[in-house]
Design a protein around this ligand. Structure first.
Ligand code: HEM
Length: 541
């Protein structure tokens, strides 16, 4: 009996193993195929292509070769690229209930302290609450409670450029710094009612290192992203220096997020806090505020401030590049401004609201299409296995809306490489389209992302970009410097795309323009967020 058992047990074991093996083969055969994609190397997959400096160019190439849904594998992590507006809408918008998480980049989130940052957070309660606050404050296209503030901040930018010109800098040496300061100072006022100084501001000084840390943390290559348990190693453990680096990042970030909130609290105690996102939320929650709620307020305000700085400033800097390269478009836009304003005043957001400057509107649309700030958006993560067009998309797949390729879709934007505002105008307004219905889709439907993670700062961003464009063209000529034609494709290629520093010749358009600039008051600390009725917008649900 014992002998028979000794013989039987291995046989049963082997039989079971065989059954599991056959089941796996059979299941794989009956399972739907994965979407098409480039050939992957064993184990590392397509990682070598994904980490190339020309990131979104590679995605664009894959889209041309494999179609509008592309599957790639990166070190065992499935990634799907959505290369058309249709596929991005089908999955990220229509199935947003399962496509709205974010990758758990352990190095950036748990180790580097970014896990509460909205763009990185999972689609759970705190994020939903923060998005709702954004929606209440900036969920409508008009958002006229920001107009006075935007007007003052962008006038301040115009005056700063003027001062640079008087000081002998008319070749755009300081331009990028001026644009960035204006965007950051605007969001600081909205988020905290904090008025930044032009030089050496204690809060703004901390921003560059924190942005650098974040971009570094998001780079591929951190082993802890592949093996999250490594974050529990003791810091003295050989090879665990990444934990010390992460701790430094965490401390820097913590102080950048906390200092302005402490500032608001102090101002509130002294009864002098101007209306701001943080003040309003702190007041609303009052004495009963829990520690968790206070943390949510802190990180939501930080998202407002940080999310609105590099994005808006990169777009405005790309506008100066576009104007340097396209003098004929610049002249057309200026002719429209002169017709409407007669050189007697600067443009304002009432002009935008009234649709009084259609060529400027078209130029801004073309700018956001031509220079997407986040060419690959921010990856979404799929919560459960899904099926689409007969393909299987595994649970946990990173899903990337390939905004670069979508905004270059020839079926929507013919001749997409060309910078051409006329594509958004009817013939009646000197554009390409026979009727209003022929005008192609507004690129803001693409470049602010898709679904429940779409950009919650979109309307604020649009106000700032529009006004910067209109005011700059009203008073300045932006020309190429002989022998320094900037490249239209020389962009910094990290998660955020912005033109690399370039030279351009900035001159004051006329004596009238100079008078308008000189009339801008030097003291720019008076405009704040105006009182407003809170309106929720379904766009941010
Ligand atoms: C031209 C300017 C801007 C562009 C092109 C832009 C674009 C984007 C894109 C593509 C996303 C990712 C959407 C997705 O995952 O599908 C995003 C997310 C985000 N943006 Fe913007 N953005 C801009 C300005 C702003 C401004 C002014 C703010 C703040 C006031 C802001 C705050 C955010 C936040 C907090 C997120 C993360 C949302 C989430 O993950 O739920 N952005 N933005």
């Amino acid at each position: 009996m014992r002998d028979r058992l000794a013989w039987l047990l291995p046989c049963v074991g082997l039989g079971l193993l065989l059954a599991v093996f056959l089941y796996r083969i059979l299941a794989a055969q009956t399972r739907l195929p994965l979407p098409p994609g480039p050939q992957a190397l064993p184990f590392v997959g397509n990682v070598m292509d994904m980490v190339k400096a020309d990131g979104w160019d590679t995605y664009h190439k894959w889209a041309t070769e494999h179609g509008d849904v592309v599957y790639v594998m990166v070190m065992g992590q499935p990634v799907v690229l959505l290369n058309s507006h249709e596929t991005a809408t089908d999955l990220l918008v229509k199935r947003s209930a399962i496509y709205s998480d974010r990758p758990a980049f352990t190095m950036a989130s748990k180790v580097g302290g970014n896990e509460k940052i909205m763009a990185v957070a999972q689609y759970h309660r705190p994020l939903k609450t923060m998005r709702r606050w954004f929606s209440l404050v900036m969920g409508t296209r008009t958002s006229d409670h920001f107009w006075a503030l935007q007007d003052q901040m962008i006038k301040g930018f115009i005056k700063n450029v003027y001062r640079d010109i008087l000081n002998g800098d008319s070749d755009g040496t300081n331009l990028q710094t001026r644009i960035r300061w204006s965007a950051a100072a605007t969001t600081l006022r909205i988020a905290y009612g904090y008025s930044a100084t032009l030089e050496d501001d204690p809060i703004l000084k901390q921003v560059n290192p924190a942005v650098r840390d974040f971009l570094e943390a998001c780079k591929p290559g951190w082993l802890v992203n592949v093996i999250p348990a490594l974050r529990h190693l003791p810091t003295w453990f050989p090879g665990a220096s990444f934990l010390k680096i992460g701790k430094q990042w965490k401390n820097r970030l913590e102080s950048l997020a906390q200092d302005p909130v402490d500032f608001v609290k102090e101002q509130m105690m002294n009864g002098v806090a101007p209306l701001s996102f943080t003040r309003e939320l702190l007041e609303e929650h009052g004495q009963k505020m829990t520690i968790e709620e206070e943390l949510d307020i802190k990180w939501a305000a930080f998202a407002l401030f940080s999310g609105g700085t590099d994005t808006v400033s990169s777009t405005v800097y790309a506008f100066y590049l576009a104007m340097t390269l396209h003098p004929e478009i610049q002249r057309r836009a200026q002719a429209e401004l002169d017709r409407v304003l007669a050189g007697r005043r600067l443009p304002n957001l009432h002009d935008r609201q009234a649709g009084a400057l259609p060529y400027i509107d078209a130029l801004v649309k073309e700018l956001t299409r031509w220079a997407p700030v986040l060419p690959a958006g921010i990856p979404h993560v799929l919560r459960q296995e899904d099926e689409y067009r007969g393909w299987r998309i595994p649970k946990g797949t990173y899903v990337i809306a390939n905004l670069w390729t979508i905004s270059r879709d020839e079926t929507i934007y013919p001749n997409p490489i060309e910078f051409r505002p006329e594509r958004f105008l009817t013939k009646e307004h000197g554009g390409d389209c026979a009727t209003q219905d022929d005008i192609p889709m507004d690129p803001s439907k693409i470049n602010f992302g898709y679904g429940k993670r779409g950009c919650p700062g979109r309307h604020l961003a649009e106000l700032g970009v529009w006004l910067s464009v209109a005011m700059s063209l009203a008073v300045y000529n932006i020309n190429v410097i002989d022998g320094h034609i900037p490249s239209s494709t020389n962009y910094e290629r990290s998660s955020i795309s912005r033109p690399r520093p370039f030279k351009c010749h900035i001159t004051i358009r006329s004596q009238q323009a100079e008078e308008l600039i000189r009339a801008i008051p030097d003291d720019d600390a008076t405009a704040w967020v105006q009182p407003y009725a809170k309106k929720d917008s379904s766009a941010f649900d």
